[in-house]
Structure formats: structure tokens, C-alpha cells
Write a protein that binds this ligand. Sequence first.
Ligand SMILES: Nc1nc2c(ncn2[C@@H]2O[C@H](COP(=O)(O)OP(=O)(O)O)[C@@H](O)[C@H]2O)c(=O)[nH]1
Ligand SMILES: [Mg+2]
Length: 469
Amino acid sequence: MFESLSTRVQDVFKSLRGEVRLTPEQVEEALREIRLALLEADVNFKVVKAFVDRVRDRAMDQTVLRSLTPGQQVIKIVRDELLALFGDAEGGLTKSAPVPRVILLLGLQGSGKTTTAAKLGMWLARQGRHPLMVSTDVRRPAAIEQLSVLGDKADVRVFTPDTMDPVARAGGALAEARAKGFDTVLVDTAGRLHIDDDLMTELQAIKDAVQPADLLYVADAMTGQDAIKSAGEFNRRVGVTGVVLTKLDGDARGGAALSVVSVVGVPIAFIGSGERLEDLELFHPDRIVSRMLGMGDMLSLIEKAEQAIDKDEAEQLEEKLRKNEFTLDDFRTQLKTIRRMGPLESVLGMIPGLGGLKQLADNKPDENQMGRVEAIISSMTPAERRNHTIINGSRRKRIAAGSGTSVEEINRLLKQFTEMRRVLQMIGQGGMPGMGGGLKIPKMPQKALGAPSGKRRKKGGPWGLIKTR
Ligand SMILES: Nc1nc2c(ncn2[C@@H]2O[C@H](COP(=O)(O)OP(=O)(O)O)[C@@H](O)[C@H]2O)c(=O)[nH]1
Ligand SMILES: [Mg+2]
């Protein structure tokens, strides 16, 4: 989602970034572009207008226009205001709730309530909770069966009483949870194609009976502005504490997501990004905004890196970088680490400035290439790996033969390695993503905003090094 919006906003930013002086006309031009981009992404027009007005108010300030980095300041304002659209609250469930916590899932038919109930059940179980699910969709027997099937898959217990009264079923599940020690009750509800009074009355009665701490409105992101309209209606009639946006894996333009918080006044709690039960994520507004603005998803990257990188290893590496003792051995370790972080493409997309690189298929370091580099280093003797300067012509021939590569490839690798050492020296104590010691990634957002463009950073960096043509 957000792909075309993201591209357009980034284009505007590119034109602003380099400017040493900004005129009100330039800001106005940029705002016009952003306005169009948002409208095209299906963001509610009232939200767009309010957004553009706020950015204009702040950006036209003389202290911004006359500052040393006006472009950057405007970009920062846009980022702040986008975050404000999302209500900059972290997603998830409401903070406190009586035990057992009751979660009610509301929404139109087909929006993904039943699927989300099972996804949430699994998500909660993974957090060490003990959820119990119940369906109150009695009009469609298949719906009750559907939840049972999903419950089996998710390994989450489903309460199946004989009664076909929705309120009694929900109440029964709560009593069952109290009696058997379940700490969370997920109540799946019936939906309609359109909002109708009967349904609202039924939901209200269930709500009165089980007093849910969370009333999650499940919205199909594909339906765009319609999803928002009915969210508002559910909120007025039953009450909503959070929104779950589903089907964000489809080709939804994503703008509805940007509008729902401002229009309905409730935060996005979770997002659904696929049909599998694992495809549920906590909503992180700052991450989405950063990704949208091409600042990369640094937090996700750090999380991934932390999983892949051993702390001691990282400290040792930092030490070596400081003393300029970075060897081919260390280099090989780094390559392995980068590979452990997942497919290169997804890692690249998360690094500020390299987001754009992803599209240039030609420039993409490929996994094969990394394998060859590893093979070359493995064919070296320990002494050669410790000190690359001893690798003369005859040693190069031997290494090429041993690794099934060519002398040219060895030459290229060594050249890039020395270049990388030089760059790492300059970076000093790290600061380059993907390098173990460099995990002190600049704080968002100011520094990331000023990060060098993809091309500049690529040169000599670990990515540049892997690319050998
Ligand atoms: N691609 C995709 N499909 C989803 C997602 N969530 C639900 N679905 C699908 O949407 C359809 C309707 O879901 P369901 O849970 O039965 O909706 P309900 O009527 O609100 O209970 C099913 O085919 C689900 O597999 C999602 O996040 N991504
Ligand atoms: Mg259902």
C-alpha cells in the first residue's frame, strides 16, 4: 500500500531537499503536489484540506523559509503532520481492562471479522495469554463453523454452546472464561452488507451483556472511503475503541487508512496483511509514515538486525573498526549477518536512502554474488584473511582456482574491500546500517532526513562492495 503516494511525495521532497532558499511560491507548488498525491491515494478530501492548511501555516513561517535548511524543515513538518493524522498512538488493545478482557469485533459482512478474531486469538496466545473465542453470527450456521475451523488452525479454543441466541452465546463464553481461567474472550459478531437497525440493536445488547474493553471495528481497506463512513456509524451507534484495517496486502490505495483516525476519531489498532493467520501486525504509525516518506523503516530494520546480530560480535567489530583491524574474516562474518537478516531486497527497502535503490534491478546486489564473495574468502588461507596485503599474483591465481572464480573477480573484491575499509575508517565508530558495529543508527527523523541519497551512500558502502560489475 501507499506505493504511488510514497513515490509522489518523495519526488516533491527531492525537489525541496537541495534548496538553500525557499520562496512561498515553491512551498505552495510543493503543497499542490502533495495535495494531489493524497487525493489520488483516496484520502478523504476534508482530511487533505485540513492537512495541507496545517502544513502551509507552519511552513510559510519566516523562520522556516529563512533557515539554513528550509527544504528539510518543510519535509519534517510534513512528516509531523502525517503522524498527527494517525494520532501518533501506538496500535494495539486498550491499556487496561478487567480480567477476563472482552474484545468485540464489529463490521460489515466480508470485512474480515472472523479471520481477524482467529488472527488475534493466535497473536494473544503468542503473548502468553489464554484466549477463548465465540461466534455470535447465528444467522449463518457456516459462520459458526468457520470460526471453529480457524480456531483449530490457530490452536485457540472456541466456545460452542447449544443456544442460538447471540447475547446468550457471548455471555456464556464470558462465564466459561471465568470458570476455566481464560483471560481474554474474543466475540465475533454478525455483519450485514449495509448498516441496519436490527444489527445495531443486537450489537448493543451483546455489548451491554459482556462489557467489552475493546470494540474493534474491522474495515476492509479495499472499500476505501465507504469503510470510513460505516466506521463512523458503528462508532455512533455501538462505540468503537480501535480500527483493524484488513486486506492491506491487496491493491488498496491506502488513503482510507490515512483518513480513518481523523474522520472517526479512533486509532488504528492492527493491520491485516494477508489471509494467513500470521498476517496481523500491530499498527505503528511512525513506521508507516517513515516508510511512506522513503526514510526507511529503521525500527523494523533494527529489530531484524538485533535478532541476527550477536551483541558481543558487534562490540568486537566496533573495536576492530576503531583500530583499523577490519579483516577479510570480519568482512565474511558481516556478509553472513546481512544474509541472516532476510532477503536483500526487503532489507534494502528499510534503509533510508536505499529505498529508491530497490527499484533499480540492475543495481541490486544479488544473493548469488554474495555467495561467490563468501566462496572466495573461504579459499584464502587464515594468514591471507588476516592480512590482505600479502595476497600477491600467484596467491590470487590459487584462490581463483580454489573458489571456482577468476583472478579478475579476486582483484575486484580486494579493491572493494580496501575501499570499504577506508570508508569504515571515515565513518569511525560505525553508523552504517547493516554493519554489526554500526547499529547505532541515526535517530529519526532529523538525521535520517539528511541521510545521503542512495547513490552517494552506496558508493563504498557494504552494498557497493557486494556489487561487482
Ligand atoms: N487478502 C486478505 N484477505 C483477508 C484478510 N482478512 C480477511 N480476508 C479474507 O476476507 C474474506 C472475508 O473474511 P471473513 O473473516 O469471513 O469476514 P467477516 O464476514 O467479516 O467475518 C475471507 O476470504 C478472508 O480470507 C486480509 O488481511 N488479507
Ligand atoms: Mg464472519
